[in-house]
Design a protein around this ligand. Structure first.
Ligand SMILES: *[C@@H]1O[C@H](CO)[C@@H](O)[C@H](O)[C@H]1NC(C)=O
Ligand SMILES: *[C@@H]1O[C@H](CO)[C@@H](O)[C@H](O)[C@H]1NC(C)=O
Ligand SMILES: *[C@@H]1O[C@H](CO)[C@@H](O)[C@H](O)[C@H]1NC(C)=O
Ligand SMILES: *[C@@H]1O[C@H](CO)[C@@H](O)[C@H](O)[C@H]1NC(C)=O
Ligand SMILES: *[C@@H]1O[C@H](CO)[C@@H](O)[C@H](O)[C@H]1NC(C)=O
Ligand SMILES: *[C@@H]1O[C@H](CO)[C@@H](O)[C@H](O)[C@H]1NC(C)=O
Ligand SMILES: *[C@@H]1O[C@H](CO)[C@@H](O)[C@H](O)[C@H]1NC(C)=O
Length: 490
């Protein structure tokens, strides 16, 4: 996802900051959100994309225009605004293919997944084996070392499958659709050029290709060549950081890190714009519009890296939004307390205070009369940059390329067995393919969460105080169903 925006709240320490007449409350802030206004911002972003070869990717002219636009809105709303230049090497996947017995499969039947590793120019040739399951358990990879493994899409995040393969010395995996699905052209267009994400080569294959490979494997042993090429370019662009002038400037809740391609960015723009109506709350709120998250979290990572420890300590909470208007949406809250038991083995326990943020987000949906579900914590969006620096964080999602379950269809409507966002990471991911219902529910949920935090961070501080006094922190943690949000690791 092109996550573009972030919002923070920060707090001031001792100085008492008196609120103005119009205090930011959860209801009042949520009530300022409207679908039409958010769509207006989205049309602006789309016009920049159209004028820039259909992309607002990091470093492109469309991106720069979008950053200018957000900057202007924040200035007009009376916030303190800064731009922060980010220059980094970025990897662009230039193709993923699979060759077997002289036949080469390529997009849209076979695509390189998000965060795949690269191969040598001639590709990687190994024996192919299939496993019966989804690759969500490490022991499924017994006796597959040094081979390319064919496995089914779904049941857990791609990053879990990839990790299980990696620790089993499996150099490449091919994840095929269990049922025929529309192709996902353009899935997985970026990879880490910095070697900080160590993964095997990951290809997604269509149902048809999966069946062809399984058919051949039934009668003979097979050798396959997987080939993924990544081009590294130096790219520069800007983060835009905006903070309210009111409120304690020393303790800052930070707000939504955003988003796949537009809808989240538009939500952030509207959240900032509507702040003009309020002139106080206890703590300042900080909003950030990140330079591209898709490209390995460059913007948020750079931002957090550049902060001194005392500046990091001012950020009491960070809330991430990634995918906020998926057409076949769910309303999912990151499962910080791991009550769903799906946290991947390599993800550490989130920073103390994160459970309280999860509870706040659950309370927000409860107060809106909305159902919600959970999703397993992962490191593939901007909140990760905060998480790894000990900053309490939470995240909301409406679903990516994964398939909606029957239970989720009961909770949220929509179509079971169909992906949350069939345009995920592809060119139809535009203004015509949004759920307006999800868009507004998500915008109001974030507005409420930010206003709650802008007035009261005691739940986070209580969790921190208990942890530092050695007492166990007990959270009821609703045992909600878990979602596989995407076939891609994002
Ligand atoms: C691959 O995709 C093309 C469309 O681009 C389709 O015509 C073809 O049948 C597909 N082949 C397989 C084996 O899935
Ligand atoms: C896998 O390859 C490595 C490096 O070539 C080799 O050391 C190892 O023994 C191989 N493992 C198996 C199970 O073949
Ligand atoms: C890619 O795989 C190679 C081994 O094949 C490994 O040395 C390298 O660290 C991997 N790179 C990334 C970015 O994961
Ligand atoms: C990126 O820029 C750095 C210096 O800023 C340079 O050393 C490096 O070679 C450049 N890489 C590419 C791919 O242009
Ligand atoms: C919440 O889920 C229940 C099914 O568990 C459903 O009957 C109800 O309509 C849902 N509420 C909303 C607001 O979608
Ligand atoms: C979203 O990204 C896709 C390609 O990644 C692009 O074609 C589309 O125009 C973008 N939409 C917006 C609103 O930027
Ligand atoms: C996406 O929008 C196009 C029109 O631009 C429409 O034809 C298509 O059905 C939409 N897809 C989804 C999944 O809503």
């Amino acid at each position: 996802m092109d996550c573009f925006l972030v919002l923070f709240v920060s707090f001031a320490t001792l100085s008492f900051v008196s609120a103005g007449d119009v205090v930011l409350t959860p209801e009042a802030y949520a009530d300022t959100m409207s679908v039409d206004a958010i769509l207006e911002h989205l049309k602006v972003f789309q016009s920049y994309a159209d004028a820039s070869a259909n992309t607002r990717a990091h470093g492109s002219p469309g991106y720069t225009a979008s950053a200018e636009y957000v900057y202007g809105i924040a200035q007009d709303a009376g916030l303190d605004v800064q731009r922060q230049g980010v220059a980094s090497p970025v990897g662009f996947v230039r193709g993923g293919t699979l060759s077997v017995e002289g036949v080469t499969f390529q997009a849209p039947n076979v695509t390189a997944d998000f965060f795949t590793n690269t191969t040598a120019p001639e590709g990687l040739t190994t024996d192919l084996v299939s496993i019966a399951g989804y690759g969500c358990d490490q022991d499924e990879f017994a006796n597959t070392a040094n081979k390319t493994v064919l496995l089914k899409a779904g049941q857990c995040e791609v990053s879990t499958k990839s990790f299980n393969a990696l620790v089993s010395s499996v150099p490449a995996i091919i994840i095929y659709d269990e049922t025929p699905l529309p192709p996902t052209p353009g899935a997985g267009v970026f990879a880490s050029p910095r070697g900080d994400i160590v993964v095997p080569v990951v290809l997604s294959a269509s149902y048809d290709v999966g069946q062809i490979l399984l058919g051949k494997l039934a009668s003979k042993s097979l050798s396959v060549t997987v080939n993924v090429q990544i081009e590294i370019q130096n790219i520069s662009s800007d983060n835009v950081i905006a903070q309210t002038k009111w409120g304690d400037q020393e303790k800052v809740p930070a707000g939504p890190g955003i988003n796949d391609n537009g809808s989240g960015s538009a939500t952030l723009a509207e959240l900032i714009k509507q702040l003009v109506q309020f002139d106080g709350a206890k703590y300042a709120l900080r909003f950030a519009w990140w330079s591209s998250e898709e490209l390995g979290l460059l913007g948020s990572e750079y931002y957090v890296d550049q902060l001194t420890q005392s500046e990091r300590d001012k950020i009491v909470a960070y809330i991430n939004i990634d995918m906020s208007a998926s057409p076949n949406y769910i309303l999912a809250i990151q499962d910080n307390d791991n009550s769903g038991g799906q946290r991947p083995p390599w993800i550490p326990t989130p920073p103390v205070g994160s459970n309280a943020i999860e509870k706040i987000l659950q309370g927000v949906y409860e107060s809106m009369g909305s159902n919600f579900t959970g999703f397993a914590i992962a490191e593939n969006s901007d909140h990760a940059s905060f998480m790894t620096n000990g900053i309490p964080m939470g995240a909301l999602e409406t679903g990516a390329g994964g398939l909606k379950t029957d239970l989720e269809a009961q909770l949220f409507g929509g179509v079971a067995g169909k992906s949350y966002d069939s345009c995920y990471h592809s060119s139809c991911d535009d203004i015509n393919n949004l759920s307006h219902e999800a868009l507004i529910l998500n915008a109001r949920a974030v507005a409420r969460a930010l206003a709650i935090l802008a007035n009261d961070v005691s739940a986070i501080e209580a969790e921190q105080a208990k942890a530092s006094s050695g007492a166990r922190v007990e959270f009821k943690g609703a045992s909600h169903p878990m979602s596989d949000l995407g076939r891609h690791s994002h």
